[in-house]
Unconditional design. Structure first.
Ligand SMILES: C[S@@+](CC[C@H](N)C(=O)[O-])C[C@H]1O[C@@H](n2cnc3c(N)ncnc32)[C@H](O)[C@@H]1O
Length: 206
């Protein structure tokens, strides 16, 4: 089974895990404290899943677009958007075979718990830069380096979390400045800690 098929299968029950719901809420709250969110901002949530982060940010921004490789995840998000009659949320599928082409230009690109599933971050960070307006932001949440016990099966996990300094260096290489880092979620499970960081950065003007 491919990674995308696995996420397709998990989509229907994804939101039943209260830890995931809490994590997304706390990441959204940390983004809102860290960045000047406003009702005129155009936002992309990369690897949006069922939209847990997307829908927490939706009332605080102008429009928010979810992008994900899993059509199953996107369908759950679309059902929620219809159910809540939201008019400022849309979604599109990312295709691994076209190098995760992103559509549109944004003021802010967010992502939570997705980047450890992406093999090579350098081209993706350059893509984020190319799809941001000048001085636009990224706000990226993921695991600090972990010992391989976070997932039950690591075969489609490309990074066992990240060293914050190396992650920030890759953003800097892609043209982001004003980098900040903080812990967005204290994640304790089975007697172990899996903290989640939020790193923000700003696109340098040309
Ligand atoms: C752990 S889930 C996180 C979902 C959501 N951000 C959340 O916090 O609930 C990872 C998501 O990333 C998506 N994904 C995995 N690899 C991806 C890639 N290379 N590009 C975009 N999305 C990807 C998966 O389909 C899945 O929905």
């Amino acid at each position: 089974m491919t990674q995308t098929q696995r996420f397709d299968q998990e989509a229907a029950t994804w939101d039943e895990n209260p830890r995931r719901v809490r994590l997304a809420k706390e990441v959204a709250e940390t983004i809102a404290r860290r960045l000047p969110l406003a009702r005129n901002l155009k936002v992309l949530d990369f690897g949006c899943g069922t939209g847990l982060l997307t829908l927490n940010l939706q009332p605080l921004v102008g429009t928010i677009t979810g992008a994900d490789t899993s059509e199953g995840m996107l369908n759950v998000l679309r059902q929620k958007v219809r159910g809540q009659s939201l008019t400022n949320v849309d979604a599109f599928q990312l295709k691994p075979d076209n190098d995760y082409a992103i559509e549109g230009t944004y003021d802010l690109i967010v992502s939570s718990m997705t980047l450890h599933h992406v093999q090579d971050l350098a081209p993706l960070f350059r893509r984020f830069r190319d799809h941001l307006r000048d001085h636009g932001w990224v706000a990226l949440a993921d695991l600090d380096t972990e010992d391989g016990t976070f997932h039950q099966d690591n075969h489609d996990v490309f990074h066992l979390g990240f060293e914050r300094s190396a992650f920030k260096a890759q953003l800097q290489d892609a043209g982001f400045t004003s980098l900040t880092e903080e812990t967005a979620f204290e994640n304790r499970r089975n007697g172990r800690d899996y903290p989640v960081f939020l790193i923000t950065g700003r696109k340098q003007a040309h």
